[in-house]
Design a protein around this ligand. Sequence first.
Ligand code: ADP
Ligand code: MG
Length: 232
Amino acid sequence: MDELLRRSEKLTTVGQLAAGVAHEIRNPLTTLRGFLQLQRENNRLSPLHNEIMLSELDRINLIVSEFLILAKPQATQFQVKSIRNILNDVISLLDSQAHLFGIEFKFEFEQENFKVHCEENQMKQVFINIIKNSIEAMEDGGVIRIELFRLNPEEIGITITDQGIGIPSHIMPKLGEPFFTSKENGTGLGLMISQGIIEGHKGMMEIFSKPGQGTRVDIILPLAGNAEQTKS
Ligand code: ADP
Ligand code: MG
């Protein structure tokens, strides 16, 4: 794995984000407006036009809902939770989708039931975002390995490793920029949101990738107790 990414300094300001959202929403709105004008002028909208309008509306909806996660008030409910249970929940949630693509999960965890001081839904959101990216990168199936282990007395490590298409090195610096996506139906918000949530939990997230071989996402989180001491 030759590429390393550390991006805490790259989290964008609210202003840049708002401009990005406006831009992303304006594009589909322009298409919708154009089609409606066509409809008014000659009353002819084909089924294809209809399809496009629906998918543009869906796109706006997706961008807005992903963005809302970011806008959630800071006063979230932090509780002491088992990280293994959280990972198990996410894996069962995504299992049937993964199965469709011939993907198998391998979850390896230590005996100790590590507890993390966290907002459970946000934490789930992070793992959903990362594992979904892995699924989307593995069209030909394979294994997604998820490991949970103690890193040192205060911290745990979680790694998610896929056997997908990988990320070209020139793209690595763009990851986590809002709206950077290489997918036709991507929003380019997942990694940025995840990065923000992990930082909100005083953790760290790094991405390593080798094109053609796969991608590994490493997450470090403070164990409960330590997190409470450092909580501001
Ligand atoms: P989206 O999934 O909507 O494109 P993300 O922020 O989740 O947005 O990811 C941004 C980009 O990072 C993706 O479009 C893809 O190019 C790249 N990427 C992220 N995770 C992976 C992965 N596991 N394998 C390959 N590429 C990835
Ligand atoms: Mg994604």
